[in-house]
Design a protein around this ligand. Sequence first.
Ligand code: NAD
Ligand code: DAU
Length: 379
Amino acid sequence: MNILERKNNIIKRLLFKKNITSNEAKFLLDKIDFDLKSYNNEKNKTLLVTGGAGFIGSNFIQYWLKKYPKDKIINLDKLTYAGNLENLKKIENNSNYKFIKGDICNRKLVNILMKHVNLVVNFAAETHVDRSVLSSEEFVRTNVEGTRNLLEAAKNNGNVRFHHISTDEVFGHLSLNDLAFTEKTAYDPRSPYSASKASSDHLVRAYYYTYKLPITISNCSNNYGPYQFPEKLIPLFVTNLIEGKKVPIYGNGQNIRDWIHVNDHNEGVDAVIHKGRIGETYCLGGGNELTNMQITMTILDEMGFGEEKIEYIKDRPGHDFRYAIDYSKAKNELGWKPKISFEQGIQNTIKWLINNQNWWRKIKSGKYQDYYKKNYSNK
Ligand code: NAD
Ligand code: DAU
């Protein structure tokens, strides 16, 4: 084994360790060999993106490096079942990008990384409502404790600018006649997932009021687009149809979500980071409310299938009826609004899933099957 191989092995071992000593950390940092000091200014940023191997985070990293090619990104991701480095193939050799496999709950690791960045964008989370119904443990650990750990490290390392990615689900749910959620809507989470996200939002704001940590939060509606894990409605239904299976609709299919393309979401996050007021929350949405039945019929039509492919199954426990976002604040203050029409976005997403079958077939053939059985059998 040559020296380089030996060094790489040590690095690998360190990255997998739960706690690392400061000497080990120093060694690790040498690996992140950016010229950090020269980038530690307002013009060019060094970002710590957490959860950057997931759906929205990986799209965000690609978007950011294209738009701000002089910025540097450290992607800290635990690579849970939802994290996939194949999402980042296009940029993995970009010299301004580094990947670290690690947990946002790892205090030492996060503390070290925080010394070398001037912006955190926190995507890392457990994100699937149905999995949170099966077990909430990891949701509380990552979403609540992990966020707290990041906040603490940001506070202790020079009050690093912190943008937290949240969800519209923290506001609870609406009936048909209710007005859409705004930044002033009271929190009323109803699933273990949304309760854990609500809790993390509260912590982020608490660090602003208590310690003056420069934070912003964005609460976005349902995203869709390339690299979305095929447990979520749109990629699940499209891939099931390609596999010759039926699409499982919970209840009567009349629940409503507000759909936004992931690129529009990431442009919104960019706008909040660059133009948002510190301490503020911004709601981002697609202005595109659809019932699950409407989404399903659109997918079936686009793919040349009919209603015979629908299977009505037992409803999700505590199933939120309707989400809707009023994004006037982001529009008026930041000049942001979603640009991609649902018609265009869904066609492109279906095409992407048809053309990238290797990507999702690998995912669906592994442990995914155990989850699928647990969630969908006997329903
Ligand atoms: P995802 O499930 O596709 O990806 C989550 C990523 O976080 C994965 O790469 C995973 O490996 C990583 N991760 C999980 N636990 C971790 C830990 N302890 N340490 C480090 N990394 C960890 O999720 P997504 O759909 O891309 O969502 C990203 C963020 O956006 C989440 O915070 C989610 O709550 C929020 N959000 C999602 C949507 C949506 O429709 N998908 C809408 C609004 C907000
Ligand atoms: O609103 C933002 C949220 O959107 C994000 O914070 C979450 O991370 C993300 O998972 C998403 O939550 P939803 O529960 O709305 O998404 P999901 O794709 O799981 O479900 C969308 C709708 O489709 C919901 O009403 C439940 C329904 N559904 C879903 C699945 C997976 C079905 O009818 N059948 C299914 O098999």
